[in-house]
Design a protein around this ligand. Structure first.
Ligand SMILES: [Fe+2]
Length: 263
């Protein structure tokens, strides 16, 4: 496994750039509700189309299937270096595990090398199997999601219990859930929250789904928030020099995730 995402999935990277720009602008600090709406109305067609497909097809059934498929971790063994195409970002002045988290947070995008379409790899994430929050970007696109016609999935709690905790909640399928699962035995819990929920913008930026959260989720939220600037930063154009930083990351990887792991 030594392929790079850029040669294998050109259209994923194309949407990544425009989607990244959209998300970075949408969640810039201090935006009012009205500004959100204006910003959404001016969305470029490729990004709108992306969200339309994502919201249409991320059903509970789809997510359960993907969880069965990918959480088995039977895609083969790779070191972190074998899975990495380029660095995401360097985070100074943070615990070592957090710097490593910044580095690996988007590695779940290797999903595109397994043939997953872009709407099942990137994009803001949201719970499936319960009512959609109107804080999710473009909620109107859910009108054609088959789950919309399943009454059980459209109540506030759906298939979940009040305050059951995010651990029990199936999130729309994408790179967050996958990388969080791949390193679940290697990284501290705070890092796993950053990895699993870094695209769950309706929660960490807009406070949606409070009724599903456990106390523990709320305790972990500050870590997810702390990570967000680095996620947004890594969507920018500047790419750090891989050669210069490699020894530094080699050291971190050796400490937390040495050798090959199951993908
Ligand atoms: Fe990401």
């Amino acid at each position: 496994m030594s392929k790079t995402a850029s040669t294998a999935a050109p259209d994923l990277l194309a949407i990544e750039d425009s989607w990244g720009e959209f998300v970075a602008g949408r969640y810039r600090e201090g935006k009012s509700e009205a500004e959100f709406r204006n910003y959404d109305a001016a969305v470029v067609p490729t990004v709108a189309e992306f969200y339309r497909t994502n919201h249409e097809r991320q059903t509970l059934e789809f997510v359960l299937g993907k969880e069965r498929e990918y959480f088995a971790l039977n895609k083969g063994k790779m070191t972190i270096w074998e899975a990495a195409e380029f660095l995401n970002t360097l985070v100074d002045g943070h615990p070592r595990w957090m710097v490593l988290t910044g580095f690996i947070h988007d590695l779940g995008k290797v999903l595109c090398l397994y043939g997953e379409p872009q709407w099942a790899v990137v994009g803001d994430t949201f719970p499936v199997g319960c009512a959609y929050s109107d804080k999710i970007v473009f909620p109107e696109y859910f009108a054609v999601n088959p789950d919309k016609g399943v009454a059980e999935y459209q109540t506030q709690f759906g298939i979940y219990e009040p305050h059951c905790g995010l651990e029990r909640v199936h999130m729309s399928w994408g790179h967050d859930a996958y990388i969080g699962h791949v390193v679940k035995d290697s990284m501290p819990e705070e890092a796993l929250y950053m990895l699993r929920y870094h695209s769950f913008y309706p929660w960490h930026q807009q406070g949606a789904y409070g009724y599903l959260l456990s106390k523990h989720d709320e305790e972990m939220l500050p870590w997810v928030l702390k990570f967000n600037p680095y996620d947004l930063y890594s969507k920018g154009a500047a790419k750090p020099n891989l050669k210069e930083l490699k020894p530094y990351y080699d050291d971190l990887i050796a400490e937390f995730i040495p050798g090959q792991i199951d993908w």
